[in-house]
Design a protein around this ligand. Structure first.
Ligand code: BGC
Length: 892
């Protein structure tokens, strides 16, 4: 292969600056409880070819000029993953830190500006607040309030709040929570989050009112496929601790028996079914009145839940976008609203009408063929109908209203009960999601592909709520398989590192000692789930592709973020899962009971236990038993994949014994898999479905001479399906790579650009604004929609758009070395993409044809890149702006 040298353009001989300082993968986090926070930064320079070869960190306490910790000068090219190692940090303290780096010339940069982080409560013994609730359990929200008698001087005040159910905090009437849904969903039986609020500016000398409302949230509200309430408890409660700095004194005020509690205006707070409020019940008296209203009585003190209170590890779920909708009347005269975008969120509505009048908002992702709101699409179960519906009883005044404790998956809303014709000015759609920035962009000369990418972005936003969910409508559960297939893509859509770390932490908390992983995380197993839930979870928790999240997703964090500390933290969980697979393989399953054809390899063939299998292959519907009855080739392939990945993890962590052990296991499984499932030199694999060939090719299970034959068979199957994919959840994300890497780029493009079902662009052409759970969305037969319209799993193709069509991928963990190898194709004139990496942003844009074109890239400081153009030439370069052209004679 030809190589050519650098074409970077020096803009100026300018020094390196250090920017984008982050702690625990977040900007200026407040209220964290890690004893060894993790520091990262980016380099900034318009000079080309910048590298970091050393770094130094300094940290001081706010209000003091003394250096509290100095890391000293260190060698190293990673601007991330550096852990604090000074003397113990103090709780509730603000620290300021700065960093400088040594560049490739040996020169030190200037110190960065100082950036803060703040600790929360670091030691459980510091909690003094009591858990309080109303005398009688409230059906709706729980309203609590308590006093704080403060001195003249208030220098700094922090209020820590935890709750059983979502809460909203007010201090003297000032809303400190806003639309955020906190605390997040954790395995509540083991861990509950607390929030830290800076309330300095809301307090005053003398009497103060701290008011907390608590809704069902994920604690008491309906959850998952079974739509069950009270999974963790029936009683809502909260605990607060206010820490006030007054000169040299530190004063603490906590929730205790001086508090009052009861009910109020919110009469139903279900996270799925919606919120009901009666505006005739006052609120001002509770939130800031000088005396508590009569409906509140002295609280009941609860024993503290026997769990760990943990700080927030990722940004809150809050308003991330607002929409001005279109409003009109349906053929039957219903008042309808269209946001123009399917989202997870709520609606803010201007209401007016006589006191006692009910105004209802009913939410849906779809309209029926007659243009009416379709509320039946999501479950289609006449025995268990449910609506995402908010309802408000008016008090006779005109006002804006929005719910506090619910979230809906919707694009359309029907509004009933208003006298006046609604105008677009009376209603606002509010998307709620984890408040992190986007981590990439993608546009192409074919606008449909740009729209496909936006649809994936919105499905990510809608499902990156308080855990990574399957959909924001039906189950809203943290299905392991969905995030397992989607995580690599997510890293280039939203800033996902802290979010995925947090998910994995819950995975290890929920994992059973036998390695089993509940199929959705958090499960209800740490709550008061009945025996049936335990059995279901135990059985479903065997499934490969789903449980493999324990091994494959930490590895993805390592690949895309260079995150070796996650590998360390999750290592035990990974081992437990692989051990489980090995144990399950030794147990004879369905196929071996029928024939003992696997011989000596038998104990490495995984054909026992429940498996979801490929899941949702087009035309097969929700085939519940397929994976269990016909899934041995699939399950064994995942057994191999996880064992091999674990060996690679052990290698990174320097555990040599384990590296060898898991590699040997992977080799034995691979040999067994090949003996059992490959015949005709690779032309016949497993069940002879498209996904059998995709897995074989992308998991590296075939020999070099088998690959062309397997590829040929895969291409044949695709052509026989009319140039359509026939893969499901697990292999769809891998299909196009399998084709491109094996000389079938043209076929990959034709499948990508296909518009008849099943296809990505078919959905786009039918006006989809998110990714659907099923390829046809149910529209084809009766014109009615079925199933979820906001499942990101099939949207994993956006990862392929970034990594192969635009061509940007990490050549080493965390993109320290970058590879840009775009698929320049006659089907498109140009592709433009960017991705945020731990080193900063990579941009790349190509235009032209495979025979004649150019590529412009911007490479972040601290990295190097190799760009492979369609003429087979590789260009190596350091950071900066780079332009390459093909054929090579046109360079420059
Ligand atoms: C969910 C999925 C999930 C699946 C398990 C469905 O009901 O919506 O996305 O992975 O069950 O196969």
């Amino acid at each position: 292969m030809t190589t050519r040298s650098v074409e970077t353009q020096d803009e100026a001989l300018d020094n390196v600056r250090v920017s984008n300082l982050r702690v625990n993968a977040r900007e200026t986090p407040r209220g964290i409880d890690t004893r060894a926070p993790e520091f990262s930064w980016n380099l900034d320079s318009s000079r080309a070819g910048v590298l970091q070869i050393g770094w130094q960190l300094q940290l001081r306490r706010e209000g003091s000029t003394d250096v509290f910790w100095d890391s000293g000068e260190n060698d190293g090219d990673q601007p991330f993953g550096h852990l604090y190692s000074g003397s113990p940090l103090r709780s509730s303290t603000t620290y300021l830190w700065r960093v400088r780096i040594r560049d490739e010339s040996g020169a030190w940069s200037e110190w960065s500006g100082e950036v803060l982080f703040e600790t929360g409560i670091l030691d459980a013994s510091e909690w003094a607040g009591q858990w309080v609730t109303a005398q009688d359990d409230t059906a709706g929200a729980l309203y609590l309030r308590g006093p704080a008698l403060l001195p003249e001087k208030i220098d700094r005040a922090r209020l820590y709040v935890s709750s059983l159910g979502w809460h909203r905090l007010f201090v003297n009437g000032v809303d400190h929570t806003g639309p955020a849904l906190v605390p997040r969903f954790t395995p509540f039986g083991k861990e509950i989050e607390y929030q830290m609020y800076d309330v300095t500016d809301s307090l005053r000398p003398g009497e103060n009112v701290v008011a907390v409302a608590v809704g069902d949230g994920r604690y008491r509200g309906r959850l998952g496929i079974f739509d069950r309430r009270n999974a963790f408890g029936e009683t809502l409660a909260a605990m607060t601790q206010l820490v006030v700095q007054s000169g040299d004194r530190e004063l603490t005020f906590v929730s205790d028996s001086s508090w009052r509690g009861g009910s109020g205006r919110i009469t139903q707070t279900d996270p799925k079914h919606g919120e009901h409020a009666d505006l005739r019940i006052a609120e001002d008296d509770w939130v800031s009145g000088s005396t508590a209203p009569h409906r509140l009585s002295p609280v009941r003190i609860l024993p503290a839940p026997p769990v760990r209170l943990v700080a927030e590890q990722v940004e809150r779920v809050t308003a991330v976008a607002r929409f001005r909708p279109r409003v009109w009347r349906s053929p039957e005269g219903a008042q309808l609203v269209d946001l123009g975008q399917n989202i997870a969120g709520i609606v803010r509505l201007r209401v007016s009408g006589p006191a006692g009048r009910a105004v209802r908002m009913t939410f849906s992702e779809v309209l029926d063929p007659d243009g009416e709101l379709d509320v039946d699409w999501i479950l289609h179960n006449p025995k268990k109908p449910w609506r995402q519906r908010d309802e408000v009883i008016l008090d006779g005044t005109e006002r804006w209203w929005q719910p506090w404790f619910t979230i809906h998956g919707f694009r359309y809303v029907q509004i009933d009960g208003l006298d006046d014709e609604l105008s677009a000015d009376d209603v606002e759609g509010i998307a709620l999601s984890t408040d992190v920035g986007t981590a990439g962009s993608f546009t192409a000369s074919d606008e449909r592909l740009s729209q496909l990418w936006r649809n994936v972005l919105w499905s990510t936003r809608s499902n990156f709520v308080d855990t990574a969910t399957d959909c924001p409508t039906r189950e809203r559960s943290g299905w392991t398989g969905d995030i397992q297939v989607f995580a690599p893509t997510a890293t280039g859509i939203l800033d996902s590192q802290a979010f995925l770390r947090r998910y994995l932490r819950s995975v290890s908390l929920e994992q059973r000692p036998n390695g089993n992983i509940p199929p959705w995380i958090p499960s209800e197993r740490t709550g008061n789930a009945g025996p049936l839930t335990h059995v279901v979870s135990e059985v479903l928790g065997n499934s490969v592709g789903w449980g493999d999240v324990a091994v494959l997703t930490p590895w993805d964090l390592y690949r895309y973020y260079g995150d070796s500390s996650t590998l360390e933290r999750q290592y035990r969980s990974m081992q437990l899962w692989v051990r489980r697979l090995a144990r399950a393989a030794r147990r004879p399953g369905a196929s071996r009971l029928l024939s003992r054809r696997f011989g000596e390899h038998e104990k490495f063939i995984l054909d026992s236990g429940f498996h979801w299998g490929e899941w949702l292959r087009p035309g097969e519907g929700f085939a519940m038993l397929d994976g269990t009855l016909h899934g041995a080739a699939l399950a064994t392939a995942y057994f191999e994949r996880s064992s091999r990945t674990l060996s690679a993890v052990a290698d990174v962590l320097g555990r040599d014994h384990d590296r060898v052990r898991y590699l040997e296991l992977a080799e034995r499984v691979r040999t067994a898999w090949r003996a059992a499932f490959v015949s005709d030199g690779g032309r016949r694999i497993g069940e002879d479905k498209q996904d059998d060939y995709v897995r074989a090719l992308t998991f590296g299970l075939l020999s070099e001479d088998e690959k062309p034959r397997a590829t040929e068979r895969l291409a044949e199957l695709i052509r026989a399906a009319g140039t359509h994919l026939a893969t499901g959840f697990l292999s769809t994300p891998l299909l196009l790579s399998a084709l491109r890497e094996n000389g079938q780029a043209d076929l990959a493009m034709r499948v990508l650009l296909q518009t008849t079902t099943p296809s990505w662009l078919g959905q786009v052409e039918r006006g989809a604004t998110t990714i659907w759970e099923t390829w046809d969305g149910g529209y084809e037969e009766a014109g009615r929609a079925r199933a979820s319209h906001n499942h990101y799993a099939f949207g994993a193709v956006a990862g392929w758009l970034r990594e192969e069509l635009a061509g940007i991928s990490p050549a080493s963990p965390g993109y320290r070395r970058i590879r840009i190898e775009p698929l320049v194709t006659e089907y498109l004139d140009w592709v433009d993409a960017s991705v945020q990496t731990p080193y900063g942003e990579i941009r790349s844009r190509w235009q032209g044809t495979p025979h004649n074109g150019r590529l412009e890239a911007v490479i972040p400081a601290g990295t190097t890149v190799e760009i492979v153009t369609p003429d087979g030439v590789t260009t190596r370069s350091g950071s900066g702006r780079i332009t390459v052209a093909w054929p090579e004679t046109r360079t420059g």
